[in-house]
Design a protein around this ligand. Sequence first.
Ligand SMILES: Cc1cc2nc3c(=O)[nH]c(=O)nc-3n(C[C@H](O)[C@H](O)[C@H](O)COP(=O)(O)O)c2cc1C
Length: 406
Amino acid sequence: MIDAPASTDPFEPYTLAGLRLRNRIIKAATFEGMSPRGEVSAGLIAHHAAIAAGGAAMTTVAYCAVEPDGRTFRDQLFMRPELAPSLRALTDAVHRGGAAASLQLGHCGSFCNNHELRRRRPYGPSRALNLLGALSGRPLADPMSEAEIEAVTAAFVRSAALAREAGFDAVELHLGHGYLLSQFLSPDSNRRRDAFGGSLAARARFPLQAVQRVRDALPPGFPVLVKMNLRDGHRGGLEIEESAQIARWLAGRGADALVLSGGYVSRDAFFLFRGERPLRAMIEVERSYPQKLALALFGPWVIRAHPFEPMYFLPLAREVRAAVQIPLVLLGGITALEHLHTARQEGFELMAMARALIHDPGLIARYQAGAAATSGCVPCNRCVAEMDREGGVRCVRAPAPLRAGS
Ligand SMILES: Cc1cc2nc3c(=O)[nH]c(=O)nc-3n(C[C@H](O)[C@H](O)[C@H](O)COP(=O)(O)O)c2cc1C
């Protein structure tokens, strides 16, 4: 059992593995859709500058791939030395707003709709169907060889080092949501019979080695956060008992904090968000006609509904809280000031918010000033569709839409 914290103030500063944060609230990674052809746009910089100016302690730049073939979409950041100057402009802008900047690093594995894939097929733990790419000619994914696992591990290390050189204060490694490292962890998608599959320890081997190698390559004072699943959310996926064990191992391998999420986008996309399914908007923004048709015909069945509840991951997150001593970031349905206090009372050092800060990037400052206690986020989840529209993610109900130049 963790002792109840002495203070439950969400605005109390915190030092995470040597990095001073001005309060306890992190802007969670939300794919911005503001990196055409993998470049940093002015909109992406303005988006994160607005969040920094709005009071969050740290903003997370979303879903940067560690290699070009690690992109789910072509228009996604992928780490390379040439990106450093524009990323530096972004981190400078965030720092001017008084916040820290974190970069989420990941790899899509078999969940891939990247038209510029260099390989013949995407790859993952085992041979798999890639429904996302099925209509664009890449319906299958190959199993990775041990040499490829090693190469992607090295790509994580290289990307994290480049992130630091570009002025980021932290990195967040993506082990959740059904992307590559999550595909390895999940018993459902990892059917390997070698040292990287079978038992939980074997399935966790690649993700743990990636985390440890990144941690070992970076100096102290530069936190390595890990976003992981509490549950995958579908039958045959990762369940909480295994996740609690993974959390213990991650703590032992040097993870500085765990961001507790859940869901597996290729299986049950809305488990991780909860709330309304914006199917009509999703069909509208889809660029490929066959995909539009598939969404219209099968969307209501494939994209299952999950009712929204405030702090919906708290019951599962408590189990991880009981299992590890390292800093934990509570996430999922945190919208009101009261939720931030509750999270601290429950023993979570940090909280992450996504949709409420897309709706209003200035919310944290307004909470802190006593000018607001709730958020106007519904959640209609229209932002999930908007990220695929030109201009990128925004809240259709926002008081001041988060768009470049507006
Ligand atoms: C538009 C949108 C895009 C997202 N993109 C990402 C992403 O790139 N990486 C990630 O780990 N999570 C992503 N998420 C999930 C959020 O980080 C977060 O886990 C989820 O929205 C629950 O938090 P909330 O209830 O505060 O919105 C996204 C969520 C939204 C709404």
